[in-house]
Ligand binder design. Structure first.
Ligand code: SF4
Length: 362
């Protein structure tokens, strides 16, 4: 049974169990709710890279930090279609399109994204978008275009969020998730470990996710990939043991959710990943890049699947394919809303320092 009343103390008790007990419990729950030999494969595609106005301390796409990533304008529908076909041929059931935006704005660019959603849905693949904050009307328009999932990560606990991002508040994240929930689109929301947060913060993030009712259909667990030029560039990498504990704990408190191994997988051995699959991870991102950070090559992943006897989950196994409504037949018109997403405006010293350093480095 899925519970929505988890407390931080309960989650910490689970996280800190002797490892073998934790893994056994997580694996038992995993088998009750999922086929343990199936792993969902998503391809993450950066459709608009860099130049983002936000100050997320982990992100090389924030315009204010000095990183080596190459920015690009919004891709065309045909470029996206070509990439989706490639992803499908290599075993992906889902394409997740990411744009480095603070929030979605009605207009030509969003219309193009809606056309991308229709195009990929027609390829019989699940389509996910991660575009920043959305209003209820925008979520409905995405749903109508055939969007299967919307990703909006909570990143960390509400308390630690303030130590990483100052340009928007935690409530904005929850509001966007609420807007998506009012549509027929599934929710993908997770976070990042290794940003300097405490175990209480990790548990706090899981409380925030697990007490959503319903819980997110998928939850990415990222290990921070420290990128030079970002405020978190000197952060220690997380160990496989922390990752395992986080995956197993997520599985126990969110039994139905697809738990996804996301950023940081290049630092994990095959043995480490196998343990994560045993502990309840049942989704990965494929493709050699995760937006801007490295990721294992898809052929290596397929070799690993063969070695472990895993098979990629087919599209729409968990929920049926959404219908696609054409732009002409849409019943939702753009409202041109200008919602007041918050700007908490507090100062995060290391973000300010990284910004200053970027200015002097040119
Ligand atoms: S994580 Fe997203 S919102 Fe934050 S800086 Fe990067 S692209 Fe922008």
């Amino acid at each position: 049974m899925t519970r929505n009343d988890w407390t931080k103390e309960e989650i910490l008790d689970i996280y800190n169990k002797p490892l073998m007990e934790l893994l056994y419990e997580a694996a038992t729950i995993h088998r009750k709710h999922h086929d343990p030999n199936k792993v969902q494969v998503s391809t993450l595609l950066s459709i608009k890279t860099g130049g983002c106005p936000e100050d997320c301390g982990y992100c090389p796409q924030a315009a204010r930090y000095h990183t080596d990533i190459e920015g690009n304008d919004l891709m065309s529908v045909s470029q996206v279609k070509a990439q989706a076909l490639r992803a499908k041929a290599s075993g992906s059931s889902r394409v997740c399109m990411g744009a480095a935006w603070r929030n979605v704005k009605d207009g030509q660019e969003f219309d193009n994204v809606l056309e991308m959603v229709r195009t990929i849905n027609k390829l019989d693949m699940e389509v996910c978008c991660t575009l920043g904050m959305v209003t209820e009307n925008q979520a409905q328009r995405l749903a109508e275009a055939g969007l299967y999932a919307y990703n909006h990560n909570l990143d960390s606990s509400e308390e630690y969020y303030k130590e990483v991002i100052s340009t928007r508040g935690y409530q904005d994240r929850l509001d966007t998730i609420g807007n998506v929930r009012k549509s027929n689109v599934t929710v993908c929301s997770g976070g990042i470990i290794g940003m300097g947060e405490s175990l209480e913060d990790r548990a706090g993030m899981l409380v925030a996710l697990a007490t959503l009712n319903p819980q997110p259909e998928s939850t990415p667990i990222n290990a921070l990939v420290p990128v030079e030029g970002t405020p978190l560039e000197e952060q220690q990498k997380v160990s496989i043991w922390e990752m395992l504990r986080m995956v197993a704990t997520t599985r126990i408190v969110m039994p139905e959710t697809q738990v996804r191994l996301s950023a940081g997988r290049t630092d994990m051995s095959r043995e480490g990943q196998a343990m994560c699959f045993f502990a309840g991870a049942n989704s990965i991102f494929a493709g050699d890049k995760l937006l801007t950070t490295p990721n294992p090559d898809v052929n290596e992943d397929m070799e690993m699947f063969k070695l472990l006897g895993l098979e990629p989950q087919k599209p729409f196994e968990k929920k049926s394919q959404p219908q696609t409504v054409s732009a002409e037949e849409s019943q939702y018109k753009p409202l041109g809303e200008k919602p007041k997403w918050s700007r908490p405006g507090h100062t995060i010293e290391r973000n300010v320092e990284a910004k200053q350093k970027a200015k002097t480095k040119v």
